[in-house]
Design a protein around this ligand. Structure first.
Ligand SMILES: NC(=O)c1ccc[n+]([C@@H]2O[C@H](COP(=O)([O-])OP(=O)(O)OC[C@H]3O[C@@H](n4cnc5c(N)ncnc54)[C@H](OP(=O)(O)O)[C@@H]3O)[C@@H](O)[C@H]2O)c1
Length: 386
């Protein structure tokens, strides 16, 4: 099997690449990669393997320099003779930003960029499977506090907090409009956070939100909200297993499901004692975020209910000497809080029936092994591109 993979330098894509490289069924893996030179592309690929001392074989892993924003991408891929033997395309690349300032780029990469890959895929005679890494959150903000099933999406009537989930939904529609049903495989992970192995995760992407909450300690979210989180190693393995599985469906959630779903309370409880220099976690209503923002701006009304939490305000005064930095944190954290508040659980029975991956370990268990890395996270830098 020869695979073309996009997004291999990313959090999930890197794990997919290393996992694929270890499978005996996989001959070559062509990786679309942004780089100026061949040397740079090889350097970026090797780095993915050196992170956890995995062996890199230059004959197996082949860089294909390219950018999803390049208008000539489909033509370049079609004309590349090396790619004539590709049987599987795994499209993991995306712009995952939640910030509205990146909306145009998010559309450009996630919709127009995908269309370019599809344009090439349509002409690829050897293509057997096009696996798209979607997201379970394409169900939108109208679905809350219940189990969500694969067949509920894509739904053009759904409403979205952020452009990212909208573009991922439109991506699935574009795939269905471009390729025959028997070639389509869609994997929709829920929220991917950290790694369940006892080592440094490939990226701090969603751990950033946890590190931020851990610093704030007064968190405006429902502590008992369902929180469907999976570790990146489990997710990558499930994606690869689906490729080889005898599949009865074309769309699969990769999620905690009802068996291993967590909550903000369970998650924070599992590590709060590791940080003795901070007040205990306290959860308040999500509406309190606007008062928190006003406090950071120095405009909090004297009668505000936030003053009931003086212990935390004094603690914030100590930790955030520059209150502007706290405003940046609140702005970055807000979309995460809204997603958590939805309380969505993504049904994973299809994945459990058609593969042997089993349920993931609950986040409040595996996260204990990553707690030591929370201190490494620069929460202010992360807040600039949440
Ligand atoms: N993280 C989650 O919680 C989560 C949950 C559900 C689904 N997903 C899905 O999983 C996939 C991977 O997400 P991730 O968390 O691994 O994201 P990530 O760490 O941000 O990685 C994104 C990848 O896409 C590549 N990319 C972005 N723009 C590109 C462009 N213009 N041309 C070529 N490559 C480009 C990046 O390359 P560079 O290194 O060159 O920037 C990188 O390899 C996405 O499709 C996402 O929607 C993620």
């Amino acid at each position: 099997m020869n695979i073309f993979l996009t997004g291999s330098t990313g959090f999930l894509g890197g794990e997919i690449l290393v996992n694929l490289a270890k499978r005996k069924e996989v001959k070559k893996i062509y990786c679309l990669i942004r780089a100026k030179t061949e040397d740079e592309s090889l350097f970026r690929l090797k780095k993915i393997f050196t992170l956890h001392n995995d062996s890199f074989d230059e004959k197996q892993i082949i860089p294909i320099i390219g950018n999803l924003s390049d208008p000539n991408l489909s033509k370049e891929l079609s004309q590349n003779k090396n790619l004539k033997d590709v049987n599987v395309i795994i499209h993991s690349a995306a712009n995952t930003s939640f910030s509205p300032i990146y909306d145009e780029m998010v559309e450009n990469v996630n919709i127009l960029g995908l269309n370019k890959i599809l344009e090439w895929a349509k002409s690829l005679k050897t293509l057997k499977t096009f696996q798209y890494i979607g997201t379970a959150t394409i169900c939108g903000e109208g679905v809350s506090n219940r189990v969500v099933y694969e067949d509920e999406s894509p739904n053009l009537n759904s409403k979205h907090f952020v452009k990212y989930t909208y573009t991922k939904m439109m991506g699935e529609i574009a795939i269905h409009n471009s390729l025959p049903a028997d070639k389509i495989l869609i994997a929709r992970p829920s929220i991917i956070m950290g790694d369940s192995r006892n080592w440094v995760p490939r990226s701090y992407v969603i751990l950033w939100a946890l590190a931020t909450g851990n610093l704030m300690r007064l968190v405006p979210v429902n502590p008992d909200s369902n929180l469907d989180i999976v570790p990146v190693d489990y997710t990558a393995n499930a994606i690869v297993e689906l490729l080889f599985a005898k599949r009865n469906h074309s769309v699969y959630h990769i999620s905690a499901g009802t068996a291993t779903v967590t909550t903000p309370f369970k998650l924070t409880r599992s590590f709060e004692d590791a940080f003795t220099d901070r007040p205990p976690f306290k959860f308040v209503n999500i509406e309190m975020i606007s008062q928190m923002k006003n406090w950071a701006k120095g405009r909090l009304q004297p009668k505000s209910t936030l003053y009931q939490y003086t212990e935390y305000l004094e603690y914030w005064d100590k930790v955030f000497s520059d209150k502007r930095s706290l405003r940046i944190l609140f702005a970055g954290l807000e979309p995460y809080l809204k997603f958590i508040q939805l309380g969505q659980i993504f049904d994973n029975s299809r994945l459990l029936q058609d593969t042997n991956v089993g349920n993931p370990e609950p986040a409040h268990e595996y996260i204990k092994r990553s707690v030591k890395y929370l201190e490494n996270i620069d929460v202010f830098e992360g807040a600039l591109d949440p």
